[in-house]
Design a binder for this molecule. Structure first.
Ligand code: SAM
Length: 512
């Protein structure tokens, strides 16, 4: 089995895809296969071919919807016009890798022992399309899938049958870490290692088919682990799921083989990610976004990171902007261990307070907004919760009383928010949720709102709703090519709160 490697330099000039590239993060564009190059490359043909998907699964697989001009999805034009109409005429769009960008994939396993289908559903159906040569996947995801396919055949692992609820293996999640400091930086990405999570159709590891699970894990490790020719598997996990709904993961996770901790380096920090936590699929593009985000957060700011996952955005700001305080709010309790591990690796020079709260942002959202200078929101595709939008819309008219924090803290105390760091001298400037001490800061209202969105339609609605409230105006907007081959982009929008002008008390002179 050979690994796909990216050529370091394309053989002919590239139409660059970056509007605002940083030198170290220039787009990596592998050349298309020679067979599809025209005899003479014209100025107009070059961008079309250099930025074409060239995937054999295009059209049968629902993952990609666009074949050409991967560097500039059509939606970028719409976004440019949208932001222009709102007074932001310098919208930028950064592209990164166009192929091999997906470092995190969830794939269904269906079909039969002899002919396993490992891939995505066909649009609008539950028919799984096998995608062994997917061009979006990091090449080592495809390589790990091939080892898995072999294992399914050799060990008689039955793919899941949705109609009957039978079979062993339902889904897999493959996540690539490109953080291997034993390698030179330039070689790390292509040598990324895959954390494999097997979603097993049983209640737990004591179920009758658990021997097969262990055999499959060992097969993967033998053929892709450190003693194999290709060391591309980082670790193997099991998730147990028996429900008949469409939810991919069950609640029970087990680490089976390899390294337990999975590290990546983004936004200037080492970030730990367990398979049960949300992780961004496009590691490199996410790193670009974080670096842009840093520019909009003042030093020593206090930040609330809503929809935080394992807190990578908040922690990246804590480290790079020396934040006075960072509160991360996330509904999925499984993200907590990853957050804890990431905090343990933050530099000791960080002096502010950092906390992670297992809470629903939509419940009493104002309590998370008050006391922060900067709010970062990174909601799922459906956009912000209505109650949060309402709180943001009316924020300027809020009369924040000292008691507000105390009363909301009662709710949060039940969930035992835990505070990871607090140094003595940072105490006075920061407020810990759940404590009774209220400083002047506890009543301040945020002046900056940073909205990170992966759902363009919901973003437009939320954006209009915020602006019509007159509480906020839009200051900057950037787009990132997080999902080449699709019409989705990631947006980073910076809103500033409209501060009420103070009345001077002087009466206007009546004109004679
Ligand atoms: C797009 S992800 C962003 C995660 C994180 N910012 C990151 O970049 O890794 C959205 C996150 O919001 C969480 N979430 C969804 N609804 C929520 C809610 N009502 N309150 C808090 N978190 C929520 C999800 O569990 C998920 O981790």
């Amino acid at each position: 089995m050979s690994l796909y490697t990216f050529p370091t330099r394309p053989p002919y000039p590239i139409i660059t895809c970056c509007v605002s590239p940083s030198p170290s993060l220039a787009p990596t564009i592998p050349s298309p296969p020679p067979s599809i190059l025209p005899p003479t490359t014209t100025a107009t043909a070059v961008p079309l071919l250099t930025c074409a998907l060239q995937c054999p699964h295009f059209q049968s697989c629902s993952g990609c919807t666009h074949e050409f001009n991967l560097h500039r999805p059509i939606i970028v034009e719409e976004a440019t016009d949208f932001f222009k109409s709102l007074g932001v005429s310098d919208f930028t769009f950064d592209s990164c890798r166009l192929w091999g960008w997906r470092c995190r994939a969830k794939l269904a396993v269906r079909g039969s022992i002899d002919n396993p289908l490992i891939g995505l559903y066909q649009e609008g159906t539950h028919n799984v399309v096998d995608i062994p040569q997917c061009k979006a996947h990091h090449p080592n995801i495809n390589a790990a899938v091939e080892i898995l396919r072999q294992g399914i055949r050799e060990l008689n692992i039955e793919p899941y049958n949705e109609d009957q609820g039978t079979g062993d293996l339902r889904y897999i999640q493959m996540a690539v870490t490109t953080y291997n400091t034993a390698l030179p930086a330039a070689e790390r990405y292509r040598n990324g290692r895959v954390q494999v999570a097997l979603v097993w159709n049983s209640r737990n590891e004591k179920s009758s088919n658990s021997d097969k699970l262990n055999a499959l894990a060992k097969f993967l490790w033998r053929n892709g682990g450190p003693r194999s020719n290709l060391y591309l598997i980082h670790s193997v996990w099991a998730n147990f799921q028996t429900s008949t709904n469409n939810i991919i993961f069950g609640n029970r996770w087990r680490h089976l083989l390899g390294e337990r901790d999975f590290w990546e380096h983004v936004g200037g920090i080492d970030m730990s990610l367990d398979p049960s936590s949300f992780g961004q699929a496009n590691t490199r593009a996410f790193d670009n976004l974080l670096r842009k985000l840093h520019k909009y957060v003042p030093y020593a700011a206090s930040v609330a990171d809503l929809y935080a996952g394992a807190g990578v955005i908040g922690l990246s700001l804590a480290a790079t902007k020396k934040c006075r305080s960072v509160k991360c709010i996330e509904i999925n309790k499984e993200s907590r261990p990853s957050f804890e591990k990431t905090v343990d690796r933050l530099p000791n020079s960080i002096l502010g307070s950092i906390s992670w709260h297992n809470a629903d942002t939509s419940i009493d959202p104002l309590s998370w907004l008050v006391g922060s200078d900067v709010i970062v929101v990174d909601p799922p595709r459906k956009g912000l919760d209505t109650s949060l939008i309402d709180a943001l819309r009316t924020i300027s008219s809020q009369k924040v009383k000292p008691s507000l924090k105390s009363s909301s803290s009662n709710i949060k105390e039940e969930k035992r928010p835990w505070v990871l760091r607090e140094r003595e001298h940072a105490k006075e400037a920061s407020v810990q949720v759940g404590r009774e001490t209220i400083s002047a800061d506890a009543r301040s209202l945020p002046e900056t709102l940073i909205y990170i969105s992966c759902g363009w339609e919901s973003f437009k609605e939320d954006c209009k709703s915020l602006l019509t409230s007159k509480s906020w105006h839009l200051e900057k907007a950037h787009g990132f090519n997080f999902f080449p081959g699709t019409q989705s982009i990631e947006v980073l929008a910076v809103f500033k709160r409209n501060l009420k002008k103070k009345k001077t008390g002087k009466k206007k002179k009546k004109q004679a």
